[in-house]
Design a protein around this ligand. Structure first.
Ligand SMILES: [Fe+2]
Ligand SMILES: [Fe+2]
Ligand SMILES: [Fe+2]
Length: 413
């Protein structure tokens, strides 16, 4: 197992960009919440390490939301079932050692203060969760007030009043006081503009260092992206995991180094990240897509690259992930690379087609192995998929089938 030179803050930033895609009308929500939370906590004099955890929790607090229909509800001030995305997000963070300390904060980011006080939580978690709740609601109110206005200062007094009205009931009194103090300046509100929150986050990244991250730790972090994407639709459950496992196994069979196989696994987990931007209705459409819908769908692999390209240390992984719809004859998208495609990008492309064919889709059930391989061979004959990679798929079909589906039985051999 190798180590990767990565700045973990780069990865967290990309994760927050990925979450932005779920609700494109609501862009940078996580970054604004993170910024406002830290500004409030500074008033209370929190030490740097605690501010850092709060900032990370703010960036990632909505990581339990993959589906567009749930995202649309986030803009309501209060809604039934809001605890679900908190539980999903917390479970996801708990599965990743570097982010596990954020899990309880995210779990309680919609819990009223009067309830929070009775729970067995550390003081830090209680206050951080409630701080995120407070500024999260502030962001929703601000977005609502901004609807027909270009000036962010418009409506701020009303927002401040709505927060102050819930002092002691929804929100901790000291946090409300800190918020009122921090938000008393115009600068606080101007800082919520997109360019500002992005550069604030950029500074935060620059203040960390690149470190040696063991593969397993990086994989647990990268897996968060894939779980969020795969949770978007019941039809894509485990798709990215399956593509990752198959890509790695094909890489091993083709004699690639252990390091490159690990990178292939990461690329498989990340390849469909841009699908977060595709509305649920499209992913689940039972029939053919219209040309307009296909155009929306087609940008997902490019969006994957846009999100990942800023993570230093994962440049090649980002490329292979983004090239999974490229075809050897140049007919794929979005770059039309053709013959110039790396072996790794060819592997991910085969693994993606293979995994998708064995899975149920809204317009057809999963296929038998004979049907799957007939389609894969048609792609090879047509010059779209790499024949050398497919030879390995043929040679180890039952085990690769099991890796693709997570189930040992292969139907219709
Ligand atoms: Fe939120
Ligand atoms: Fe894709
Ligand atoms: Fe895919």
């Amino acid at each position: 197992m190798s180590t990767f030179q990565v700045n973990l803050r780069d990865v967290i930033y990309s994760l927050s960009d990925a979450l932005d895609l779920v609700g494109v009308t609501h862009i940078h929500h996580g970054k604004r919440v993170a910024f406002m939370a830290v500004e409030c906590a500074r008033v209370l004099g929190w030490p740097a390490e605690r501010l850092d955890r709060l900032y990370q929790a703010g960036m990632l607090h909505d990581c339990g939301v993959s589906r567009t229909y749930i995202h649309r509800r986030l803009t309501q001030f209060e809604w039934e079932g809001e605890g679900e995305h908190c539980r999903v997000g917390a479970a996801l963070l708990r599965s990743c050692p570097p982010l596990a300390p954020l899990a309880d904060i995210v779990l309680h980011h919609h819990t009223h203060w009067r309830e929070l006080q009775g729970l067995a939580l550390s003081e830090e978690v209680r206050l951080a969760a409630n701080c995120i709740y407070l500024v999260d609601r502030c962001d929703i109110l601000t977005l609502g007030a901004l609807k027909d206005q270009s000036n962010i200062l418009y409506g701020r007094e009303e927002t401040r009043r709505a927060i102050a009205d819930r002092r002691g009931d929804w929100f901790c009194p000291e946090l409300v006081d800190a918020f009122l103090q921090a938000s008393g300046s115009e600068a606080f509100w101007f800082s919520l503009e997109s360019d500002q929150v992005r550069s604030y986050a950029g500074d935060w990244i620059a203040h960390d260092r690149v470190r040696e991250v063991p593969f397993e730790e990086l994989r647990s972090l990268v897996r968060i992206f894939s779980v969020i994407v795969d949770a978007k639709s019941p039809f894509t459950r485990e798709h990215s995991e399956g593509v990752a496992r198959v890509s790695r196994a094909l890489g091993q069979r083709l004699g690639l180094s252990e390091r490159r196989c690990e990178m292939l696994e990461l690329a498989g987990l990340l390849h469909d990240l841009g699908k977060l931007r595709v509305p649920d209705e499209l992913l689940e459409k039972p029939g053919r897509l219209t040309p307009e819908e296909y155009a929306v769908m087609k940008r997902h692999s490019f969006d994957t690259y846009t999100i990942l390209r800023t993570i230093h240390g994962l440049e090649e992984v980002a490329l292979w992930a983004a090239q999974h719809h490229e075809r050897v004859d140049g007919s794929g998208y979005p770059y039309h690379l053709g013959e110039g495609l790396s072996i790794e990008a060819r592997i991910v492309a085969v693994a993606d087609v293979f995994q998708a064919l064995v899975q149920n889709r809204p317009y057809r059930p999963g296929l038998s192995s004979a049907e799957v391989m007939a389609i894969v061979h048609e792609h090879v004959a047509g010059g779209r998929l790499d024949g050398h990679v497919v030879v390995e798929l043929d040679a180890a079909l039952p085990s690769l089938w099991a890796l693709a589906t997570g189930v040992a039985d292969m139907p219709g051999v």
